[in-house]
Design a protein around this ligand. Structure first.
Ligand code: FAD
Length: 450
């Protein structure tokens, strides 16, 4: 009987456990997690912060589902892995033996080394514990400062504003999320935030967090060329994430920014696999290792790693990443290469420009394709058109075309028949895509998601 050990109770860990159990009814599966809340929707934490979703709804599985998987579930942090001995150690020096191991430890928010960063009232948003902590600290009428870019920073801004806080949002550059959104899209988002009462500070660097009695009382910042001091009781930081690869690194497994693995998601030790946010996998298009922080790929990797641990011969082919999310109230689909600035891949030691939660490095790739776009009120459609395929797309606002465009990009459908129409000046992109999609559908299929 094989002993499978999984480290991590996130999207990748659970998907792996389910897959192993389907393939091996009698093997022992031990799931070890440092999170006392177990398995829940991390993307859902944003809606929990705004109060739109109650905590209960973030837990998709009832006790029976977990019980039916027949797992030995232990809430304990793994502190060391010894690959040669097939052993690991938990806090308290307890030893666990394994035949096959999965490291699915996710990623953690990067905190800057700003003076005052460890004061009570400085928060991040990685997990349920963080979300509860933020809600305990959020006070109606009090002032919060949010620092960072990407989706998580915005979720913090919106969550704190929804809880009645006066929010100041510090942006390092001249606009929001400049490596993924274009100028028009950034402005749209920023205008909506301003309308909700959020105060935006461009070209602003946090210099120091000041405290009184161990708690945040103010921040000192540089806004352009002027000094800025703001009284506040909460500072939320979302400047990027770092894969939790320390166990693998200590164990001597090959690693760079994350844990390196082959297409079977096997690490440099054949009995140890990896999956999810901690795994650095090769992008088949660029041939370079890339990081994602996306729920879908984490589940997919968990399935492949779990299957292979149980003796299958599966290959993980990195798909074109996409996310459908809400940015300042606007539902936005981001798929494939949409970068509006040439990408800079951060090194292991310099994570400037590191990815955020709900983000993919692929999106930041600046495609060698013609960009075409239509704008109408709050609705935006931006396409990157190659000769025969769409390299990427961003659909903001009206989502009617989101499903078809996801399919056109991900399945690399041949668009040569509409290429010239798409790149013509002032092309009616929505109509062209709608017509193209309709013609491809069997007569009985409804337009939209299929
Ligand atoms: C606020 C927020 C918003 C997000 N928004 C989106 C979005 O819009 N779209 C999207 O696709 N994705 C989004 N994501 C990202 C998505 O949730 C992650 O990509 C996904 O959860 C990754 O799953 P994982 O299993 O790799 O890691 P995680 O879910 O992070 O799980 C890692 C697990 O490992 C455990 N662990 C770590 N170290 C140890 C140790 N030493 N010992 C034992 N256990 C350990 C942790 O406790 C945890 O259980 C968001 C995430 C957050 C937090």
């Amino acid at each position: 009987m094989r002993r499978y050990v999984i480290i991590g109770s996130g999207a990748a860990g659970l998907a792996a456990a389910e897959t192993i159990r389907r393939k091996d009814a009698s093997g022992t599966i031990i799931l070890l997690t440092g999170d006392r809340h177990g398995y829940y929707s991390r993307p859902g934490l944003a809606y929990y912060l705004t109060g739109e979703v109650p905590e209960k709804q973030l837990f998709p599985y009832d006790r029976n589902h977990i019980r039916n998987l027949n797992l030995l579930w232990e809430q304990s942090a793994v502190v060391r892995v010894h690959p040669a001995e097939h052993q690991l150690y938990l806090e308290g020096a307890k030893r666990v033996d394994y035949d096959r191991l999965l490291i699915a430890t996710g990623a953690t928010a990067i905190l800057p080394d700003t003076p005052g960063i460890s004061l009570e009232g400085v928060v991040k948003l990685d997990n349920m514990e963080d979300a509860r902590h933020i809600l305990r600290l959020a006070r109606r009428g009090a002032t919060a400062v949010v620092v960072g870019g990407g989706i998580t920073a915005l979720e913090l801004v919106e969550g704190l504003a929804a809880r009645g806080m006066k929010v100041h949002y510090f942006l390092r550059g001249d606009r929001y999320w400049s490596n993924v959104l274009d100028e028009e899209e950034s402005r749209l988002v920023e205008n909506r935030l301003t309308h909700e009462g959020v105060v935006l500070h461009h070209h602003t660097n946090l210099i120091e967090i000041l405290g009184r009695g161990g708690r945040v009382s103010a921040v000192q910042a540089q806004e352009g060329d002027r000094d800025l001091r703001l009284n506040c009781s909460l500072v939320a930081v979302a400047i990027g994430i770092r894969p939790r690869k320390n166990l693998a690194a200590q164990a001597g497994l090959e690693n760079a920014r994350g844990i390196l693995c082959n297409e079977a998601l096997q690490t440099s030790h054949p009995d140890i696999y990896t999956a999810g946010d901690v795994a650095e996998v090769i992008d088949p298009v660029s041939g370079k290792p890339v990081l994602d922080s996306l729920w879908g790929p984490a589940v997919q990797m968990g399935k492949v790693a779990g299957g292979n641990m149980a003796g299958a011969n599966l290959i993980y082919r990195k798909e074109i990443p996409f996310n459908v999310t809400r940015i300042a109230g606007l539902i936005t689909t981001i798929i494939g290469q949409v970068g509006s600035e040439p990408a800079k891949t951060p090194s292991e030691n310099d994570l400037t420009g590191a990815i955020m939660r709900g983000d993919s490095e692929i999106w930041r790739q600046y495609p060698d394709a013609v960009v075409t776009q239509t704008v109408g009120g709050h609705n935006r459609l931006r396409l990157y058109v190659r000769q025969a395929t769409l390299a990427g797309a961003l659909v903001m606002g009206d989502q009617q075309l989101s499903g078809p465009i996801q399919r056109i990009v991900r399945e690399k459908l041949d668009i040569r028949s509409i290429h010239n129409m798409l790149i013509a000046p002032n092309a009616p992109l929505s109509d062209i895509i709608t017509q193209f999609w309709r013609e491809r559908q069997p007569a009985h299929a409804a337009f939209g998601f299929v």
